[in-house]
Every structure is written in C-alpha cells, then in structure tokens.
Ligand binder design. Structure first.
Ligand code: CMP
Length: 143
C-alpha cells in the first residue's frame, strides 16, 4: 500500500489546526500509521529540503521549519501521495483553491501550513528521514 510523508508546519501547529488537518485525511479514508510532535533540527531541515539548497529562499525555509514544533505524519492508502497533494492545494496559498488545506488556512508561500511528499521517491526518502521503522505501525483497517 502506498505511503506518504505529511508534516504540519510550525504555523499550522501554532494556529491549532493539527486536529483539523488530521481529520481531513481520516475522513477521506486514509490510514495514519505514524505521527509525532517534534522539533526539527537544522541538520534534519537541511537534509529534508536538500533539493532547494541553491534556491534564494533556502535559508528562510530552514529557519522557518526549525522555528517551532512540527507534527510529522505517515499516511497510507491507495494513491495517497497524489490525493494528499490535491487536498493540500497549490504551494502558494494565493493559487490554492478554497476547500484545500492551503486554500482555507495558508497565508504565504513560506507559511503554507503543510508539507507533503511529491513523488514515491521523495515519500520513501522523507519517511526514512523522519521516522524509524519501529515508530510506524501496521494494522488492518476494518471499516
Ligand atoms: P514545501 O512543500 O514544504 O516544499 C518546499 C517549500 O519551499 C514550499 O513548501 C514552500 O513553503 C517553500 N517556498 C517555495 N517558494 C518559496 C519562496 N519564494 N519563499 C519562501 N519559501 C518558499
């Protein structure tokens, strides 16, 4: 079954919308298999956002993601990577449709509430960066 890495960013945690975000993915029918509230270190942030190293906003990105706790999650389900991206909306909240997470709660491209893996390769890499295998659970969904 496909898995993705989702993370409520520091702005989402500060604004008390962890529950709202988790609820949307639960109601959609995806299965939560790992979650933790954590402080991201500079080293973890630099690894996670490694592909943006040359971008002018890299420093800002690392500073923001390490500025306060994040809520890191692993979700499982059919086509969860692409579907979660749709549910999140466009990266820049200005372009995100109402009804999407960023469309409803995002303010700026930097403070855009949530991160989600953009491909199976990044999902695998990001899950490994944030979670040990024993932190993920395996259970059968009954309903
Ligand atoms: P995310 O999905 O976490 O992946 C990379 C992040 O870079 C993206 O969300 C945005 O929050 C951030 N980002 C993209 N463009 C800019 C920008 N121009 N200034 C600051 N942050 C940006």
């Amino acid at each position: 079954m496909e898995r993705t890495f989702l993370m409520v960013k520091p702005d989402g945690v500060q604004r008390n919308i962890i529950g709202e975000i988790v609820s949307r993915f639960e109601k959609k029918g995806f299965q939560l298999v790992g979650a933790k509230l954590m402080q991201v270190s500079t080293s973890l942030a630099e690894q996670h956002y490694g592909e943006h190293k040359e971008k002018p906003f890299f420093g800002e990105l690392v500073d923001f993601i390490t500025s306060g706790p994040v809520f890191a999650m692993v979700w499982e389900g059919e086509n969860v990577i692409a579907t979660a991206r749709q549910m999140m909306g466009s990266t820049n909240p200005i372009d995100a449709q109402p009804g999407t997470i960023r469309g409803d709660f995002g303010l700026t491209v930097g403070k855009n509430v949530i991160h989600g893996s953009d491909s199976p390769e990044s999902a695998e890499r990001e899950i490994k960066l944030f979670f040990k295998e024993e932190e993920l659970v395996h259970y059968t969904k009954l309903m």
